[in-house]
Design a protein around this ligand. Structure first.
Ligand code: HEM
Length: 154
């Protein structure tokens, strides 16, 4: 019989998601070594940090106070942190969410991960964020952007 998957309700589901995701990351040929060899991640502290991170993103509680940009920028001299890696990370994240949960929060956490992957990728590699491609702006946004550029360079 078809059984509907639950949505992410709070901390308990976030812990299940994070634990399952990083179990897969550690076993993953593309990503595992970055944590276990390059960053030498302390999983006893990293996992609770990620519970707090996602609880803060999804429910505005959880009290995350880290610095995701700095954490990833320090990986750039150690390995290629290119678009393929982020797409692979996102593929694994989406698949983990979909294996466990379904619903509004499950959709939302995938969108947040996509947004954050774009921001982290573009900032640490100093390439423009694809969401801010001027070609995608409406005429009104383009005008506002032009005014902002003029004032920023004045
Ligand atoms: C190629 C993709 C990615 C790789 C290889 C990667 C790898 C890492 C590594 C090695 C750390 C440090 C762990 C430690 O403390 O040892 C880290 C921290 C972290 N990552 Fe990622 N990451 C990726 C993408 C993302 C994305 C897309 C997000 C957000 C949706 C994210 C969120 C975080 C957060 C919140 C931390 C903790 C930051 C802190 O310590 O303050 N990561 N990541």
């Amino acid at each position: 019989m078809f059984e509907a998957k639950p949505d992410i309700q709070g901390r308990a589901e976030i812990e299940v998601l994070v634990n399952t995701f990083y179990d897969r990351v550690r076993g993953d040929a593309v990503l595992g070594f970055i944590f276990d060899k390059l960053a030498q991640t302390n999983w006893t502290t990293h996992l609770p940090k990620m519970y707090a991170f996602w609880e803060t993103v999804l429910f505005r509680s959880g009290g995350f106070t880290g610095n995701p940009l700095a954490a990833h920028a320090r990986l750039v001299p150690l390995t290629d942190m290119g678009r393929d890696k982020f797409d692979h990370w996102l593929g694994l994240f989406r698949a983990t969410v979909d294996d466990l949960f379904a619903g509004e929060k499950a959709d939302h956490i995938k969108r947040c991960a996509e947004d954050m992957a774009n921001v982290i990728y573009s900032k640490i590699n100093a390439v423009p964020d694809p969401r801010f491609d001027p070609a995608n702006l409406t005429p009104e946004q383009r005008e506002r952007y032009a005014r902002y550029k003029a004032s920023a360079t004045a």
